[in-house]
Design a protein around this ligand. Sequence first.
Ligand code: F6P
Length: 378
Amino acid sequence: MTKSVGILTAGGDSPGLNAAIRGVGKAAIGAYGMQIIGFRDGFRGLMQDRTIRLTGTELSGILTVGGTILGTSRDKPHKMPVGDQTMDMTSVMLETYHKHHLDALVCLGGGGTQKNAYHLSQHGMNIITLPKTIDNDVSGTDMTFGFDTALGIATEAIDRLHSTAHSHHRIIVVELMGHNAGWLALGAGLAGGADVILIPELPYDVQVVAEAIRQRQRRGAGFSIVAVSEGALSKEDAEALSNAIAEKAAAKEENDKKKKERANARLAKLAETMQDKTLRLSRQLEQLTGLESRVTILGHLQRGGTPSAADRLLATRLGTTCAELIDRGVFGVMVAARGERAEPVPLEEVVGKVKLVPPDHPWVKTARDIGVCLGDQV
Ligand code: F6P
């Protein structure tokens, strides 16, 4: 019997998704004689049964293309926006799965997608996932595809900011993506030669950052590049946030509605004030150092365009292993990169965890050893 495989991409797009779709598809069809069907726009397409044919033709010429030919969304199966409500649409998705007589569903995504895919596997679907995200924060895999491309783009941006910062004797604060993980800012900051790197895992003291910049001034370097992760927080903000989170957890435990409302209001206020935290940091550094400062937010540039060679290779080898695992009937797993190998990791070991930069990670030590200020100590 020919096996039928569905595939979807969910969460934020990431370079290498098309390379992965191609890898899964070509191996599934060519090496294992399966047929494959794509669902559009993540779990929404599975709910609405919106499909795309994936034969040899559709899988050709997409290796170098950015984004995802399937489209994507951040929708969750059990909390699907329907009108102005959210509803559990798992059973509708199961109907689509059975209607197409699928033997497996491949879900390509980051941490949120792993969780959603696990949910579907607990409801009877044969699920297998691949880890993608520019944030590199998925647990259980050495690396996610998309990260290397974003690292290259962000590094080039930091390279280019050097000449303008140098010419104007300015501070340039460059904000990088990464959600709550500092991999991208730390990696690109190191590779691009940033003078200060601020990551969420190490809350910073603005006085420490200013002093590092003043020290550079005293040594004759009249400019500084500050690479800051979008999730980086000052020590004060980090403390306020963890207090509000603790308050919310306590209110939930005590089942105290009023307390929960207060904690939610506090969290919402904090989120609002943190919206322009990079701009705030830039202004503080201007005041404390007397240097002019400018902000560059790289944003979605880091996710766009053609994937790097390393991401194409990673996505292709994870994709072909995925097809092999489907052939062997291995489900409920994420295909992880482990050194040169691609290995299945049970989804329950992946979900609910975020791979953050450990404070003793070699990249952190490397940064300190070359005199980069990480904002936490002089
Ligand atoms: O997870 C990838 C990512 O690019 C994060 O780095 C960033 O915080 C987020 O997605 C942005 O999401 P959106 O594209 O939905 O604004």
